[in-house]
Write a protein that binds this ligand. Sequence first.
Ligand code: PLP
Length: 366
Amino acid sequence: MTIAIARPSIDEREIEAVVAVMRTGSLAQGDTVAEFEKKFAAEFAHSHTAAITNGTAALHIALLSAGVQPGDRVLTTPFSFIATTNAIIYCGAVPCFVDIDEYSFNLSPENLEASIAKYPDAKYLLLVHLFGNPCRMDEIMNIANKHNITVIEDCAQAHGAEFDARPVGTFGIGGTFSFYPTKNMTTGEGGMLVSSDVAYIERCKKLINHGSSERYVHDITGYNYRLTNIAAAIGLVQADKVREMNHRRKLNAAYYNANIANEWLRLPEASARANHVFHQYTIVTDERDKLEAYLNKHAIGYGIYYPIPIHLQRSVMEYMRHAGQSIERMPVAEALSTKVISIPVHSQLPEEEVLYIAEKLNGFRP
Ligand SMILES: *Cc1c(COP(=O)(O)O)cnc(C)c1O
């Protein structure tokens, strides 16, 4: 059997929690969701939280609540899951891509300065802490503050990640999380919005529930993006386990860093100022096709995140064309999309599989 690239940790505790909610008959959004919001806030030191149906919806609401209007420019990374840019498109806004840093895979502060000089009317920045690795938030926030740019953080892959001991999602006006089963913690499908601004989270909560503050009274046009009590019951258990699960990921990554040495492979680096939670362990290689064949032969699962940078996705190029915007080249993101490959690092890997993967990677010769 192939070693899986991702596997959620589900045991009797999640199963019993779901059954308990089923027995109450209160399945949709209710007390369990409220309890999960509180618990997630406490776990990661967030002041205010709003649970939501998934991480993509969280991004959509995070942008709307921050005031993003049709036609607004939103600076963002071309190297992420498509959801990041799709949320900008849902708002009718214009994504302005900022190329990434070769080593962190994250939007680079240097390129950010250059993009702002080019698009002085950009008012928003939607950044991503990719693979669980926090962005250089001190530099990014300095630049954003200098230019009056509102920052939103996509933390879908970074539950528990910190920069200078400060949790991701607390730097900008709002942060978003995903609880898809491959993420560092799961609720099946699910998401969370976080903010230190209570008015911001109140706006989010209204938008999540058809724009109503009171039942059947609607002030603004909202959505049905509510999380269910069933999902929240899973989330309550997962929130108890996420530190331990992140610890396993970090131990696995540390083992790879210490024990893989192969001139054909560049291993991921974590800054000493960052608490990298290793949603993915991503290697860079010029010989990816051969490495894929080799991993297949040795029954090691892998993932390519991401094979096409967002600015070159057909859906995005079409949108930009309709919006009368040109597509700029993103040399670093484009090059890395042909060279990255992620190997299993998740919390459910038995130790012998971690050793096996490291040994096999050491034996790779193109
Ligand atoms: C998973 C993910 C999302 C979307 O989350 P869903 O819960 O799947 O909708 C958004 N951004 C990034 C970076 C992701 O990895």
